[in-house]
Design a binder for this molecule. Structure first.
Ligand SMILES: Cc1ncc(COP(=O)(O)O)c(C=O)c1O
Length: 368
């Protein structure tokens, strides 16, 4: 993480000035657009019993996570890594779910330590994981809440619905340092299906075994909560009987890939880049794969409707049909927002294109 002093002096240097004075490449978020996205999602949950647990992976910024927590529908924060959870807890977030497996005794001990002052729950899908977490908890005199991860088709983690879940729930119940809190799932294999009706049909089908598993557990006396869902499914999964929490992440800042299926949320973040080379109407900018997540989707140059991205190289993104001059600062919407934020130590915050703030991206590079 960047030294606070450096952040402060950078902010002092640019605060109150035009966004176009910032060095490039930088990531910039428009505060009004961001707040509109947060309010829209919050509004979806208003008057329902379901809660939002926004995913930290999408922005990795503790200040933004605290802003999300200030909405009434938000119950806590989701993250993928132990080191992300540590940043969140250090930043004052008291309810965190690591929606992923954490394996390794050095790591499970760190989870137990966090549980001294906060509620940090973890997904599990193996006896080994349960036993390592339990040992660490017993050593430190805490209890760790666990969610059994159920694989509903993504094949990334989790056990199959039904009996395999019941078996792990029973092991957790009979193991000293841990507590069974419910089920974790993620419909990642269908969350971005382009056709909404098809997406809805698949989500309904693929989530059914999850709800049957919940019923099975409840028959056996377990009390169960289910955490699942993403930006592409919030209004499908988020209306299902049996869902308690949604883990949407991308809705906050968005990206070009998600924008194609979720037009109701605004692209609140862009990369400010400089045109550094020009060959006729083909231009190259100073941001490439080392500053922009482009595993899928296409970067978009804002304000150049005819521009077409030709390719993204390590340090360049190249557009054709683009009448821009060398030295112009342009705005590029990244194809994949989550990996984009992971490249930057800080995100500039603007209002009406005037620099208003600078937020650290504490979760940058949090791989452990
Ligand atoms: C476990 C989990 N939950 C939720 C999400 C939701 O993210 P998004 O809102 O970006 O679809 C993800 C994204 O990868 C995830 O891995």
């Amino acid at each position: 993480m960047e030294p606070v002093m450096h952040m402060e002096s950078l902010l002092q240097q640019f605060k109150g000035g035009s966004v176009s004075a910032l060095p490039t490449p930088s990531i910039v978020a428009d505060l009004d657009a961001l707040d509109a996205n947060l309010a829209k999602m919050d509004n979806f949950f208003a008057g329902t019993a379901r809660r939002l647990r926004p995913h930290f992976k999408s922005h990795k910024c503790v200040t933004l996570a605290r802003r999300q927590m200030s909405y009434p529908s938000t119950t806590g924060i989701t993250c993928a890594k132990l080191s992300e959870a540590e940043q969140l807890v250090a930043g004052g977030i008291k309810d965190v779910l690591i929606a992923n497996q954490v394996i390794g005794r050095d790591k499970t001990r760190r989870i137990a330590e966090m549980n001294r002052n906060a509620l940090v729950r973890v997904a599990v899908d193996s006896r080994e994981g349960i036993s390592q977490l339990s040992d660490a908890a017993l050593e430190l005199g805490v209890k760790i809440g666990l969610l059994v991860e159920v694989d509903i088709g993504m094949n990334r983690g989790g056990v199959k619905p039904g009996q395999p879940v019941v078996e792990l729930a029973e092991i957790i119940r009979d193991t000293g340092g841990v507590r069974f809190d419910g089920l974790q799932s993620y419909e990642g294999h269908i969350v971005t299906l382009p056709d909404y009706e098809e997406r809805k049909k698949r989500v309904v089908e693929d989530m059914r075994p999850l709800f049957e598993t919940r019923a099975l557990l409840e028959q056996k006396g377990f009390s169960v909560m289910i955490s699942s869902g993403g930006t592409g499914t919030y209004d499908i999964t988020g209306k299902m009987e049996g869902i308690d929490e949604l883990q949407c992440g991308s809705y906050a800042l968005m990206d070009t890939a998600y924008k194609t299926i979720r037009p109701e949320f605004l692209n609140a973040r862009y990369i400010l880049a400089t045109v550094i080379s020009k060959r006729g109407d083909v231009i190259s900018t100073d941001v490439g794969l080392k500053g922009m997540g482009a595993e899928y989707g296409t970067p978009v140059a804002v304000g150049y409707p005819d521009a077409e991205n030709m390719y993204v190289a390590e340090e360049h993104s190249v557009f054709k049909n683009m009448e821009a001059a060398i030295g112009d600062k342009i705005r590029i919407l990244p194809p994949h927002g989550c990996t984009t934020n992971n490249f930057y130590p800080r995100m500039w915050i603007t209002r009406n294109d005037i620099v208003a703030d600078l937020w650290a991206i504490e979760g940058r590079g949090c791989l452990e």
